[in-house]
Design a protein. Structure first.
Length: 413
């Protein structure tokens, strides 16, 4: 499946919009941050329906964006008003599990109405416990999204944001043989982009970005001793584009060795290093071989403070003036601190490097974010966030700075 890390400004939008993932407060995972950690006196109780719990939620908010079109010059600011309803249904079985979610993000600008959007998603998944040592998982999702103006692939001549649909399906099986854990999985992803009118009235054809990606993954791990599980993982991805005179169809191979960590719930995560290769069917695209690496760690400094960090690297297609593979590396660190039982302070820093393979284009993205969440009670919360993002490109006219101020009220059952 295409390795996808959104540009930082899109990352800011996702963090502010909160519609890409629905977090169920009752779902405990080891290494959860202070913000995610269950709080029985403040978490929503949900609505019982037989063997299922239903968690409805709605957020109302406003954001001031001082650079709506993400331009280097002639910045234009505007207020964005949003309504974000979501509902999650989670099973309460003694064995097996099912989970379904649906939601939307409806955004309306005061002045720049061409930027109005309606995003929505549907997700479903489950776990089938085959035996005490093995289980089967499946996930399916459909998301209708819009491309942020700060995305490097978004054409500046577009009269409105580009809409696209992303569909994912994954199936995996895991089995434990004493201390050996084996896992195999397959997946498919489809992206379908809508054409858009240009500011001059012509049509900007986006069909050359439509694609399918099929993946297969195998992993073998070993419980060496408590807290450490070394593993070997191999992944193959076939990417095929639906349209285009010359299509960047490719085969990607990744083989890595690493280890998962779980040190008494204080330090959890995964670290790996290995080999990454991406070869293209068409000779006009440069093949890529190099180091594959990644890191994801959650560190509970104290019971009130947690730090998370991750590093990712991947190769994907960029769609600027022409399709061009890009080597993308992202570094991110976040801190959450529980100031009071019902007040959590959060901060995030992110740096992303894009190195295009077929052109001299290079870009750096930066994101700084700080915010606070105030839980009024288990049914209402208030969240405020400030985000600063910037892009630094070696191409003229591609730089920008952006400030976003968000205030949001949420209600949940």
């Amino acid at each position: 499946m295409k390795i996808k890390t959104l540009p930082l400004v899109v990352g800011a939008a996702v963090l502010l919009a909160g519609t890409s993932t629905t977090v169920i407060a009752q779902e405990l995972r080891r290494g959860a941050s202070v913000l995610e950690r269950p709080k029985p006196e403040l978490d929503p109780l949900g609505i019982r329906a037989g063997s299922f719990l239903i968690f409805p939620k709605v957020e109302l908010g406003t954001t001031y964006d001082d650079n709506v079109f993400a331009t280097e010059n002639d910045k234009e600011g505007d207020f964005l008003f949003q309504v974000l309803p979501t509902v999650t249904v989670q099973s309460d079985f003694s064995r097996h599990a099912l989970r379904f979610s649906a939601g939307a993000d409806v955004g309306r600008y005061v002045d720049n109405t061409s930027e109005n959007y309606v995003d929505y998603f549907f997700t479903g998944g489950g776990r089938l416990d085959v035996t005490g040592d093995s289980f089967l998982t499946g996930d399916l999702s459909y998301r209708k999204l819009h491309e942020d103006r700060g995305d490097p692939d978004s054409p500046t001549a577009a009269s409105e944001p580009i809409d696209f649909a992303r569909t994912n399906a994954e199936l995996a099986y895991q089995h434990r043989f004493n201390r050996v854990i084996g896992r195999v999985g397959v997946g498919a992803e489809n992206e379908d982009y809508d054409d858009v009118a240009s500011i001059t009235g012509t049509t900007l054809d986006q069909d050359n970005r439509d694609k399918w990606a099929y993946s297969a993954t195998g992993q073998v791990g070993y419980d060496l001793y408590p807290g450490y599980q070394p593993f070997l993982r191999v992944t193959y991805t076939r990417t095929e584009y639906d349209n285009g005179t010359v299509k960047p169809d490719s085969d990607t191979y990744e083989a890595v060795v690493g280890t998962t960590l779980d040190l008494t719930n204080l330090l959890t995560g995964e670290i790996f290093v290995g080999y990454l290769s991406r070869s293209y069917d068409e000779s006009q695209f440069s093949n890529f071989t190099g180091l594959a690496y990644g890191l994801q760690l959650d560190y509970a400094v104290t019971q009130l403070t947690s730090i998370s960090g991750n590093v990712t690297r991947g190769v994907e297609e960029g769609f600027g003036a022409v399709p061009s593979p890009r080597d993308r590396t992202t570094f991110q660190v976040g801190v959450d601190h529980e100031l009071l039982r019902n007040v959590v302070l959060s901060a995030l820093a992110q740096y992303q490097m894009d190195d295009y393979q077929n052109t001299p284009q290079e870009e750096d993205f930066y994101l700084l974010q700080a915010g606070a969440t105030y839980n009024i009670n288990r049914n209402f919360y208030l969240r405020g966030t400030y985000s600063y993002s910037t892009r630094d490109s070696n191409l003229p006219g591609e730089d920008y700075d952006r400030n976003l101020f968000l205030l949001r009220l949420g209600a949940q059952l």
